[in-house]
Design a protein around this ligand. Structure first.
Ligand code: ADE
Length: 223
């Protein structure tokens, strides 16, 4: 899968995608993550990516030309399944959306900034608008990182144990059960006996009941 991220602050994302699982996924050739600086597609001498809004309201709006030029350039090289815009007024991102996006071949994610982007970009170039939650960030970069991370880790082979993506919280609308590691007792705090029993059927049943109980208590809306 290939994800092209369009931003005016590629440095914000560079480090994130060069670490840990995201770096591994790219090195293994399972995910291609390309960062594009929108500024490189400006044609004026000041490399302006934003301008004052028509109508006189406060704030700056991202200009249409560099973004259109960049998207057109990418589209001339391959077909894209989605051109996503990160925006607090988009549909709310969740595991179901992550699952469906992880099945796609090529995706563009455009990070917004300032007061937003010229609305014509949303009308003519964007195919999907996604928010990561009901709060406003200073820009879409963190949203793009959150989405890309949750999508890429679902690509088969990215996680060393593929089962671990399947047993994630939310994957089956249940929160994950508690997990423990050695030592089995610390300061008198004990790991539940069943997990040390070696009886897999009992352990599976305990984990399921724990998932159910935690979901009822913490996220009853998921049931
Ligand atoms: N840009 C600013 N706030 C955002 C949010 N909550 N989700 C996605 N993109 C954003």
């Amino acid at each position: 899968m290939r994800i092209d991220i369009l931003t005016v602050f590629p440095d914000m994302l560079e480090g994130f995608f060069n670490c840990s699982m995201m770096a591994r996924a790219q090195k293994a050739g399972l995910a291609k993550i390309h960062l594009h600086d929108i500024r490189d597609y400006t044609t004026d001498k000041h490399h302006k990516t934003d301008d004052y809004p028509f109508g006189g309201c406060a704030g700056l709006v991202m200009k249409i030309e560099p973004i259109d030029r960049l998207i057109t350039d990418l589209k001339s090289q391959r077909n894209y399944d989605e051109v996503i815009y990160t925006s607090p007024d988009g549909e709310q991102f969740n595991q179901k959306i992550a699952n469906s996006l992880s099945l796609l071949e090529n995706v563009i994610i455009l990070c917004g900034h300032y007061k937003g982007i010229d609305y014509r970009i949303r009308e003519h170039l964007i195919t999907r608008e996604i928010s990561i939650g009901d709060y406003v960030l200073t820009g879409g970069e963190l949203a793009a990182a959150v989405m890309t991370d949750s999508i890429v880790r679902l690509i088969p082979g990215v996680l060393s144990d593929e089962q671990s993506a399947l047993s994630d919280s939310f994957q089956d609308n249940l929160l994950a059960p508690p997990v423990y590691t050695r030592p089995a007792e610390y300061k008198g705090w004990k790991v539940p006996d069943v997990l040390l029993s070696g009886n897999q059927a009992l352990i599976d049943e305990w984990e399921f009941q724990q998932s159910l109980e935690r979901t009822k208590r913490l996220r009853p809306d998921l049931l």
